[in-house]
Design a protein. Structure first.
Length: 179
C-alpha cells in the first residue's frame, strides 16, 4: 500500500470502485485499520460474495459510478481499461472524493481482448494535475510457473525465432489530489 502514501493511522473513508470479489479489502484493512472501507461494483454476485467474505470489515454497494458516496479516497484498480468512456468516469469520480487513484496496465501492447484503452503518463492530461508512478504488477497476467514459462524461458528462444523479448507487465497508478 506504499503507492498510496497514506499514514497507517488514516481514519477517513476509502472506496474501492470496481471492487470485484473484494480481495483487496483484507489488504486495505491491514494497512489502514482505522479507515472506513466501502466497495462498489455493478455485479450483483460479486457484491453478494464481498458481503459474505468481508462484510465484517467493509460496506458494499451494488451499482455503477452513480452510487459512489462522497468519500476521502477512491481507488480503482484494473477497471478503467474496460470502460469505453473512462475520461467521463474519472471526471465524475473526481467530484466524489478528495483523492482519486486509478491503476491500469501501462502501455499495454497488444491490448488484452477485454481492454479498450492503452495508458501512458499523459493519458489523463485533460483532467488537471496528477502524479503517476509505473510499477511492476506481480498479480497481473503471468505469475508463478506461467511467468517462468511464458516470459523468462521463452525469452531465451524468442531472438532465434525473430520474436521480440517479452517483459513483465507493468501498471501505472494515477493520483489525482483534489486539495
Amino acid at each position: 500500500m506504499g503507492q498510496l502514501d497514506l499514514p497507517k493511522n488514516f481514519e477517513g473513508t476509502i472506496c474501492d470502485f470496481g471492487c470485484g470479489l473484494g480481495d483487496a479489502f483484507p489488504i486495505y484493512h491491514a494497512a489502514f485499520p482505522n479507515a472506513k472501507l466501502v466497495g462498489v461494483d455493478f455485479s450483483r454476485s460479486a457484491i453478494e460474495k464481498c458481503r459474505q467474505r468481508y462484510g465484517q470489515i467493509a460496506d458494499f454497494i451494488l451499482g455503477d459510478q452513480a452510487v459512489v458516496p462522497k468519500v476521502d479516497i477512491i481507488i480503482s484498480s484494473a477497471v478503467f481499461e474496460h470502460l469505453t468512456d473512462d475520461i467521463t468516469h474519472a471526471k465524475y469520480l473526481q467530484g466524489k472524493c478528495r483523492q482519486l487513484f486509478i491503476a491500469v496496465p501501462y502501455k499495454e501492447k497488444p491490448l488484452d481482448y477485454e481492454h479498450v484503452n492503452r495508458y501512458d503518463e499523459h493519458y489523463f492530461k485533460g483532467l488537471g494535475r496528477y502524479r503517476w508512478v509505473v510499477y511492476d504488477c506481480p498479480g497481473w497476467s503471468e505469475y508463478g510457473f506461467r511467468l517462468v514459462w511464458q516470459v523468462y524461458l521463452k525469452n531465451l528462444i524468442r531472438p532465434f525465432c525473430s520474436r521480440r523479448i517479452k517483459s513483465r507487465n507493468m501498471f501505472i497508478l494515477f493520483h489525482f489530489n483534489q486539495y
